[in-house]
Design a protein around this ligand. Structure first.
Ligand SMILES: NC(=O)CC[C@H](N)C(=O)O
Length: 313
């Protein structure tokens, strides 16, 4: 296993962070969820955590932000653990769309009503309906506990203002959920499933927690401290594959070429990325590019990947 070149990363990072911050004005903070528009477009946080426990953080690392779409990777794995591969993939596909994350365009194409993949909004809404639990609260509690365990502690905390803001402004997500219901794809009522979905998008993390979650995936589902198996290897393999093909939405192809690592972004500006077997990365930069990915975050990952030859390809 290649050691990370810590001294070179440490000495180069301040300059690369500065360069990345410099392009933040070319992007825009998400405003379709009003609460997210309050984020500082210039902020940038980065945390790298390796499998031997060495960590490096830089910038606005202590600031917490909501996971948004990053949570979709984890709800997918939880649904797979709850009901198995066959049932999950009878409700959601495995193919990238090439469209934006909230597009409804392809919902009516090819397989009527079955979303193309679990990382677009329609697919993640379906996955939320597959999480085991006898009430919405129980489902949300199980998700927050699962994510918190991967982050190395107790349940993640919900950001109530973001949850309320998403719920009040989520007309497009609501219309997708009605469409899915009409096609018999959803296993629970529209408002029930959206409560679970909006709540997991509104769970708070910092870059260090995100990096630890990424490290668990880079270790194929093992806890980096105890060595306990937290997720079956097969489900991590599925999640990592989706991260490569769909994790950065319709920017996934370009990201695979420029960075070459499994990664997942969210509209709050967070990105979780991993170096298989070696390290997890958590970063946040709220100014987004046209695909909805952190513009400074993608730039920073590209710089690091090229500098240290991190691409898997
Ligand atoms: N890309 C994202 O992070 C989207 C998640 C967001 N909660 C939404 O439903 O629109």
């Amino acid at each position: 296993m290649n050691e990370l070149n810590w001294s070179a990363i440490k000495s180069g990072l301040p300059g690369w962070m500065e360069d990345a911050r410099g392009i933040a004005p070319l992007g825009k903070v998400a405003s379709y969820i009003p609460e997210l528009s309050k984020a500082d477009p210039q902020s940038l946080g980065f945390h790298l955590l390796s499998s031997d426990g060495t960590a490096l953080s830089a910038g606005d690392c202590g600031r917490r932000f909501t996971m948004q779409s990053i949570s979709k990777v984890f709800t997918l794995m939880l649904a797979l653990m709850d009901i198995g591969e066959e049932r999950v993939f009878s409700k959601v596909g495995m193919e990238p769309t090439g469209d934006s994350f909230n597009s409804m365009l392809k919902l009516e194409l090819v397989q009527p009503g079955i979303p193309f993949n679990p990382l677009i909004n329609a697919g993640a809404i379906v996955v939320s309906s597959l999480i085991a639990g006898s009430s919405n609260e129980e489902k949300s509690d199980r998700i927050a506990a699962f994510l918190g365990r991967l982050a190395g502690g107790g349940p993640l905390e919900l950001d109530e203002p973001t949850y309320r803001s998403e719920s009040q402004s989520g007309h497009l997500n609501r219309s997708m959920a009605y469409f899915l219901t009409d096609n018999g794809v959803l296993e629970s009522g529209v408002e029930d499933v959206l409560e679970v979905y909006f709540k997991h998008c509104s769970l708070l993390v910092d870059c260090g927690q995100l990096a630890r979650m990424a490290l668990v995936l880079s270790l194929d589902g093992l806890d980096p401290d105890s060595g306990d198996r937290l997720i079956p290897r097969r489900y991590v393999q599925i999640a990592k594959t989706f991260m490569v093909t769909c994790g950065m939405y319709n920017g996934s192809g370009e990201f695979a070429i420029d960075v070459g690592l499994p990664a997942k972004s969210g509209v709050s500006g967070g990105i979780l990325a991993l170096l298989p077997g070696r390290a997890g990365i958590g970063l946040v930069g709220p100014s987004l590019n046209r695909h909805g990915n952190s513009i400074a975050g993608v730039h920073l990952l590209e710089t690091l990947s090229k500098e240290f030859d991190w691409s898997l390809f």
